[in-house]
Design a protein around this ligand. Structure first.
Ligand code: NAD
Length: 249
C-alpha cells in the first residue's frame, strides 16, 4: 500500500522536541522527507534527524522570527530534497506566566515575534518556495492552540499570538484560493499535550478539566497533520482543526 506522504518534502519548525518531533516522526513513517528546525536544543534536533535516517531527515538551526534564517532553511531544503510540498509552522513559546499588568513589553514582543510574526514569515517563504519548486501546490499547517479560541489567563501574550495565527491562517488561505493557487492553509488547535512546554506539576490540576481524562501525545497531533499534509485533505483550506480530548466540546 502506498504511504500517504510518499514523494513529499516537509519543513516542520520547532521540531527538536514535543509536538513538532511527533509530527516529524509521523511524516517520515508515511514516506515524507522532513527538515527539522529549532533555535535551541540543537543536539535534540540532530539526534532526531539521525533517528529518522539521514536519507529522510535533515536538521537546520533556525530562529523563525528571522528573515535570513528562513531564506537559509528554504535554500537548504531545496538543495537537499529538491522542492517543498508541506510547511508546518509549529515553533512556539508561552512567554512569562504573569498577571497582564506586570507583563514586560519585551516579553510580549518576543512571544508575538516567534508565535505570530514567525508564522507570517514562514507562510511567505513557504508560498514562494512552493511556487518555484512545486507548481504552486502545497499544504501549510499552522499549529495554533485551544488558547486561540478562549483566553489563557496565565500568559498574557500567548492567546493573542495564537488568535492572530488563527486569523492569519484564514487570510492566507483566502488570499491563495481567490487567486486560484492550490496551496492550502489550515490551523491545528491542540489542547493540553504532554510536552516540555507543559510543567509536570500542573498535570494533577488540568487532567480533571479534560473530558477524555488524559493529556494528548505529540503523535495525536502528528496523525491529524498527516491528513492535512496529504492530498486526502485537498478540499480543506482556511479551516480550524481542534484536537483536545473534548475540552471545547
Ligand atoms: P516544545 O517546547 O517542546 O516545542 C517548541 C519548539 O519550538 C522547540 O523545539 C523550540 O526549540 C522551538 N522554538 C522556540 N522558539 C523558536 C524560535 N524562535 N525559532 C525556532 N524554533 C523555536 O513545546 P510543544 O508543546 O511541542 O509546542 C509546539 C507548538 O505547539 C507550539 O507552537 C505551542 O504553542 C503549541 N501548543 C502546545 C500545546 C501543549 O499543550 N503542549 C498546546 C497547544 C499548542
Amino acid at each position: 500500500m502506498a504511504k500517504r506522504l510518499e514523494n513529499k518534502v516537509a519543513i516542520v519548525t520547532g521540531s527538536a522536541s514535543g509536538i513538532g518531533s511527533g509530527i516529524a516522526k509521523c511524516f517520515v513513517r508515511e514516506g515524507a522527507k522532513v527538515v527539522i528546525t529549532a533555535n535551541h536544543n540543537v543536539s535534540g534536533g540532530q539526534k532526531l534527524a539521525t533517528e529518522l535516517g539521514d536519507d529522510n531527515a535533515l536538521f537546520i538551526q533556525q530562529n523563525v522570527a528571522n528573515v535570513s534564517d528562513w531564506e537559509n532553511v528554504i535554500n537548504e531544503t531545496i538543495n537537499r530534497f529538491g522542492k517543498l510540498d508541506i510547511l508546518v509552522n509549529n515553533a512556539g513559546i508561552t512567554g512569562k506566566l504573569t498577571p497582564i499588568e506586570d507583563e514586560p513589553l519585551d516579553d510580549w514582543q518576543q512571544v508575538i515575534d516567534v508565535n505570530l510574526t514567525g508564522n507570517f514569515l514562514g507562510i511567505q517563504a513557504g508560498i514562494r518556495a512552493m511556487k518555484t519548486t512545486n507548481k504552486s501546490e502545497g499544504s501549510i499547517i499552522n499549529i495554533s492552540s485551544d488558547a486561540s479560541l478562549v483566553g489563557f489567563p496565565f500568559a498574557p501574550a500567548y492567546s493573542p499570538s495564537k488568535g492572530g495565527t488563527r486569523l492569519l491562517t484564514h487570510s492566507a488561505a483566502l488570499s491563495l484560493a481567490h487567486r486560484g493557487i492550490d496551496i492550502r492553509v489550515n490551523s491545528v488547535h491542540p489542547g493540553w499535550i504532554d510536552t516540555p512546554m507543559v510543567p509536570k506539576d500542573i498535570y494533577e490540576e488540568i487532567i480533571p478539566e479534560i473530558p477524555m481524562g488524559r493529556l494528548g501525545t505529540p503523535q495525536d497531533i502528528g496523525e491529524l497533520c498527516i491528513y492535512l499534509a496529504s492530498d486526502e485533505s485537498k478540499y480543506a483550506t482556511g479551516a480550524e482543526f481542534v484536537v483536545d480530548g473534548g475540552i471545547r466540546a
